[in-house]
Design a binder for this molecule. Sequence first.
Ligand SMILES: [Zn+2]
Length: 438
Amino acid sequence: MRIWADSALLDGAFADHVLLEVDGAGTLSAVTAGAPRDGADLVLGTVVPGFQNTHSHAFHRLLRGRTNADGGDFWTWRTAMYQAVATLTPDLVHAVALAVYSEMLDAGYTAVGEFHYLHHDPSGRPYPGHDMELAIAAAAGDAGIALTLLDTCYLSSGFGAPLGPEQQRFGDGSVERWSERWYDLRGALARQFPSVVLGAAIHSVRAVTGPDIEQLVAALPADVPLHVHVSEQRRENEDAVEATGRTPTRILADAGALTDRLTVVHATHLTAGDIAALGAAAVLVSMCPTTEADLGDGLGEAAALAAGGARVTIGSDQNVLLDPFTELRALEGGARMAAHRRGVFSPAELWSIGTANGFTALQPRGAVGGRLVVGARADLVEVDASSARTAGSAPDQLMFAATAADVTRVVVGGRVRAASQTADLAAAAFTQYERSRA
Ligand SMILES: [Zn+2]
């Protein structure tokens, strides 16, 4: 398979007339700039690597456009989310995840990290055969998106207090039981969905105490991606200091969790010491600007984190919007408003944030991808550089002009995804959801 692009983003800069050769496994076997288009199987215009969505809760899509009438904040939104959780079955989770992952692909995301804590049935019992996890893996496979399933440990309603009745579906009871389920799930995925990457997550320092975090880190293979929500809300910080005398970041550091395989999600309300510690450990940071704006969370200090050595990525979190260009623009826009200047992140840095950095957050150490290089999976996105929005834009600045509507073709593993039935999939998921609530 030979794909020819009029212009393609190669290692931070656009090159003209790029030939991308793809082997039988869907991997790039040669990348050549200045190549003739003769003999190409597929001719594309302006091409960038597939975007990497480092933080998703697929089922939160069920709340989009339905929770904005009565004000509130993160915590009142969470109450509405818990009401949605109550009715979800593996079938319904498959339906909504299929709709969301299809929408993601249409928007240019070729990989997603699903931060997954809805493990158990409504009475809190595990499903006998990892039904929820396999439903999500099947949805990703059906949609055609690469999945990193971040199976999440969630033990407490807050700093050791027992789970509330509405949280029973999230809990395994102990790190041992979570870990047993994780290793068993790893076997099940290897047999049925071998392309899924199984990662791990700690829900937050609210939900898993310091000693339990230490035990979890010790139980995990060293190269597995590990994610955790950190300091999304001021209240989490206040409660952490009250319960332990330490910030959430300090709790993670003391438990040995701050390493370059960790992705901290949100990282909104940090102290200078937190920022220094996260940078020194070269963690990855998943910023979710459209969700943080939707929930009124606050503005994280992305620029300070990056300057200190952390690697920033983007996530769609509650999936209130699926558009990597808007996510990058909102990240840079927030940083500009905080700094009172333009160009806080350069266009080249923003492309990396959307692609290569995200890949690092979602893959085991040492994997190659998120860039158009030999050895990477041929995951790429064609962007219409001559639409009403984008005409005249320099290619490297397209994230300041384009939206997801300018994604014309998405190639995964060297194959163009056929136009999907995304609206129908979303409608079908909502029909099933409303029936479950009737
Ligand atoms: Zn989240």
